[in-house]
Design a protein around this ligand. Structure first.
Ligand SMILES: Cc1cc2nc3c(=O)[nH]c(=O)nc-3n(C[C@H](O)[C@H](O)[C@H](O)COP(=O)(O)O)c2cc1C
Length: 365
């Protein structure tokens, strides 16, 4: 039995390392940039000086200096301790939010806890623990995690919220993927009685229907992570190729662009009302993308792959990259005459191309 457990631990460690290497070295982007279909309305006469503009937001009862989250990326293998430490240091210094990578590895294998718990050394306004929706229910060979294990994950990093990620397309292509999904919503509902929960996709987006169901069970925030950035079916396609799993490789190619475009997913999620926070994500690379997401209805944005090379290099380079994105956002706020994030949300936009087609057809739901 212990041999089986150790093999599983090794598999998870290797998978985490593969994910980072593939995202750094291969083309894993979706084939269409939906953000370029979102144009913002220029204001030639803004009655505000740049120095007066505020990028601050409130999230889970805390004040953040920039509406930018460092998205879930890693934990559980050699490179992730330094990556998580750099992210935690920068989130603390800049006063922004940070979501750790999936903590499944540490819940199942105490040897890797330190690659996550290093985050506890930093005073971060919003830090989210992370677990897959698939780990909340029984899968082949493993029991679903209950409240006790989630407490363990939260305490491990001193979290003030829990991010639950949904990633069925990725699991479907992953050679060793978990494909049970029945009961995840009920499990989220149970956990939402104890924790502040944010639910996210991993690159395939959240529809209006899913957003409504999540809101109804008490979820406080949705991170859309729609199509336009990192494709996790693409990432698993490369892993399948390495594992010589021809069928899964073919499936990964077939589903490379599967999902709801990120800008559309924001509009759909926001259409369920204002009693829930929306984080725009999936291919956010610049402050202009961030502004586009906020104008469409997001409260903030989160970035993964665009930050990865900086997060691995050093806290200084990560900090400089995030400040660049925030500065670009501030410039766009000036150009739209928006003195704060609330005003930016009202500043108006025009949709073109495939994004416009999606919205025209989906708004008849
Ligand atoms: C190297 C890497 C590892 C990731 N690991 C996780 C994870 O453990 N949990 C999770 O919820 N999302 C994970 N993600 C997904 C991101 O948080 C994000 O939802 C997705 O990559 C789309 O955003 P992007 O286009 O900015 O990369 C990971 C992303 C990257 C780049």
């Amino acid at each position: 039995m212990s041999i089986v457990v150790n093999m599983n631990d090794e598999l998870i460690k290797q998978r985490k390392a593969d994910h980072i290497n593939i995202c750094l070295n291969e083309d894993v982007d979706s084939n269409y940039d939906y953000w370029n279909d979102v144009s913002l309305r220029h204001n030639a006469l803004p009655e505000i000086n740049r120095s007066e503009i505020s990028t601050k937001i409130d999230f889970f009862g805390k004040k953040l200096n920039h509406p930018i989250f460092i998205a879930a990326m890693s934990g559980g293998h050699n490179r992730s301790r330094i990556l998580n430490e750099n992210c935690a240091k920068v989130a603390s210094e800049l006063g922004i939010g940070f979501c750790i990578g999936s903590q499944r590895a540490a819940i199942e294998n105490p040897d890797v806890i330190e690659s996550y718990s290093v985050v506890k050394d930093y005073d971060i306004p919003v830090v989210l623990a992370s677990i897959g929706g698939g780990q909340l229910i029984d899968q082949k060979g493993s029991k679903g995690f209950g409240v006790d294990k989630i407490h363990k994950a939260m305490n491990m990093i001193g979290a003030n919220g829990l991010s639950i990620f949904l990633n069925l397309p990725q699991e479907a292509v992953q050679p060793e993927g978990d494909e049970n999904t029945k009961g995840i919503l009920k499990a989220i509902e149970n956990l939402s009685q104890t924790f502040d929960i944010s639910v996210k996709e991993c690159g395939c987006g959240i529809s209006r229907d899913v957003a409504m169901r999540l809101k109804a069970v008490g979820v406080k925030s949705i991170e859309v992570s729609g199509v336009s950035g990192t494709s996790w079916t693409a990432v698993e396609c490369y892993r399948a190729e390495k594992a010589k799993d021809v069928y899964k490789q073919k499936l990964g190619n077939l589903l490379w662009d599967w999902g709801i475009p990120a800008p559309v997913s924001i509009i759909e999620s926001r259409s369920v009302g204002f009693g829930i926070k929306i984080i725009g994500s999936g291919g956010i690379n610049t402050g202009l993308d961030a502004a586009r997401a906020i104008v469409l209805g997001a409260d903030g944005v989160s970035l993964a792959k665009a930050l990865l090379p900086y997060a691995i290099k050093s806290s200084e380079s990560l900090s400089a990259k995030i400040l660049e994105v925030s500065d670009e956002l501030k410039t766009v706020m000036h150009l739209t005459g928006s003195k704060d994030i609330k005003a930016l949300k009202k500043s108006g936009y025009v949709l073109t191309g495939k994004t416009n087609e999606w919205v025209k057809q989906r708004m008849s739901f």
